[in-house]
Design a protein around this ligand. Structure first.
Ligand code: PAF
Length: 286
């Protein structure tokens, strides 16, 4: 496994692979890897086979964090990430520095952003106004470094995957976006790097997100529901976890992300809940 830290080094390697017709799959991450990321790596390998190359990018992207968010405390463990990637037979880790990604020098001052203007507006975009601009910008940059034919994203960040898919379609990036299922702990908590911020009591109660999704699924299976009523029911349900503070629960069309007023089977639910300062998100198909 190689570790590449410069943009020019990654592009050189990617062009060599392209020249030899080698397929490349990219798994963009912010590191602190867990089982959810490793499932994306397995999906990436399935897509390109043994003859292809799997590149995991590890970069905590400052432009997707708001001023009050957890950038400086975001968990990092590059040694463990390397060990996990080696064991998962990743070919290359691309781990650029901030200076490499957003150089501050006069001749290449960073002043160009990629903005998706529709799917990025609601849900996480409403709660975190500059978040998706940072995500689309860095993902576009990473694609221009790795030149993948496929990139794998997790369904846990459903809106992120939808926004990136739209960007790829709108800007004609020559690659396919694959969305792999959310990986959960046995009790239902979706794997996330932010789970490590939770203390034992918060962690036990954090399964409320998954249980709320299951509750909505059961209700919609019985009959279509009014979104307002189901929202009110779930808000009350979430108060049964006293450490949870609901940020939002929304029902929407899984493709357009437009809110729905009547919730039928096939609609999607997204939930964001604070435990102390830690904000967890989850979603599911109803
Ligand atoms: O999902 C993430 O970890 C990040 O948003 C991503 C896609 C790596 C961009 O920084």
């Amino acid at each position: 496994m190689r570790i590449v830290t410069s943009v020019s080094g990654m592009q050189r390697l990617a062009k060599q692979w392209r020249g030899h017709g080698v397929g490349v799959a990219c798994v963009p991450t912010m590191g602190y890897l867990h089982g959810g990321h490793l499932s994306l790596v397995r999906e990436a390998r399935r897509r390109v086979g043994r003859a292809g190359k799997v590149v995991v990018t590890i970069y905590v992207n400052p432009t997707q964090f708001g001023p009050q968010e957890d950038l400086s405390h975001y968990p990092r463990d590059f040694t463990s990430d390397c060990r996990l990637c080696r064991a998962a037979e990743v070919d290359v880790i691309f781990a650029p520095s901030d200076q490499e990604m957003y150089p501050g020098n006069a001749e290449s001052r960073f002043s160009t952003y990629v903005v998706e203007e529709q799917l990025s507006q609601g849900l996480e975009g409403a709660a975190r106004p500059t978040h998706f601009r940072g995500v689309t910008t860095v993902v576009a940059k990473l694609f221009n470094c790795v030149l993948p034919e496929v990139a794998v994203f997790g369904a846990k960040d459903w809106q992120q995957a939808a926004v990136v898919k739209r960007m790829v379609a709108n800007l004609n990036f020559p690659l396919k976006i694959v969305v792999a299922p959310t990986v959960r702990e046995r009790a239902g908590l979706a794997l996330s790097s932010r789970n490590r911020y939770l203390d034992a009591a918060q962690r036990a109660q954090a399964t409320i997100l998954h249980h709320a999704i299951q509750r909505a699924q059961a209700a919609v299976k019985r009959q279509a529901q009014s979104a307002a009523q189901l929202k009110a029911d779930l808000k009350k349900f979430i108060t049964t976890a006293p450490l949870a503070r609901l940020d939002y629960v929304e029902f929407f069309d899984p493709e357009t992300l437009a809110p729905v007023t009547k919730v039928f089977c096939g609609a999607h639910i997204a939930i964001a809940v604070f435990f102390g300062k830690t904000r967890l998100i989850d979603n599911g198909r109803l």
